[in-house]
Design a protein around this ligand. Sequence first.
Ligand code: IPD
Ligand code: CA
Ligand code: CA
Length: 291
Amino acid sequence: MPDSEPNFVFAARVGEIAREAGARLREFYAQGVETEYKGAADLVTVADRTVEKLIRERLTEAFPTHGIYGEEGTRERLDQEFRWYVDPLDGTTNFAHSVPHFAVSLGLEQRPKGLAEDEDGTLVSAVLYDPMRDELYLAERGRGAYLNGKQLHVSETAKLSESLVATGFPSKKRHESPNIHFYQEFTLRSHGARRMGSAALDLAYVAAGRFESFWEFNLNPWDTAAGILLVEEAGGVVTDFSGQKYRLDSREILASNGKIQAELLTLFADMFAGRNFGAIVSPEEYAKGRT
Ligand code: IPD
Ligand code: CA
Ligand code: CA
């Protein structure tokens, strides 16, 4: 029997907005859209822009005093107590290539009056919708995290060697990211490292106990705000790569079920210090053995 969701203050109403946004994404996906470029490998489509506009309108109707900070340029009422971080389409590269793995992500931050612009408030509400699987993730601070009405708990796995983990790679300044080294190392030390293409869903999957961990460099608050609260409310933890409290403008995110966090932090420290790399055959060495 499904657990019943608590009386969410915002998430239930915004869940309906995310469902409407997701339905628009499914329509665009079915008809096919042209790909435009924001950068060399940074894609955007009419779906990203149209759905951000839809979400902006619906949020403004529902909560006229709330601020909105969206990936596609929305910056409204940012001096208000509540602020929504909106990614209308997380996983644009998948979407543009007809890979059915992407999401709508909406995270709400409460910012007490007088808080400096560079200080974080508290994430209080999370709405994340995977329109191709019809999976709606909702969470509110202190009230738990839910997937289609069923309460979520992070996994119990206590070792990296028994974990499935996930990461992503930036679409800008790709040569400046060291993440391929971490990808290699995590692949050698776990059941596998997935690169699914939606950071928001990667975090939701940690909350759902599907992944034990997710890490990435250089994400933005619209990618992470909803997913962080989902992970925390499902019993997991989110820090930077040194174990410090995660901040919305942090360039590093390390989320996990909590049970493997210490092992992950040790691995990051070792790698940043140049220690403990697993040996792997080079292409030249491999080529010598080819017949
Ligand atoms: C991207 C996805 C991807 C991550 C990139 C993000 P977008 O967001 O979350 O998984 O690796 O860093 O930029 O551009 O599809 O909204
Ligand atoms: Ca994104
Ligand atoms: Ca996006």
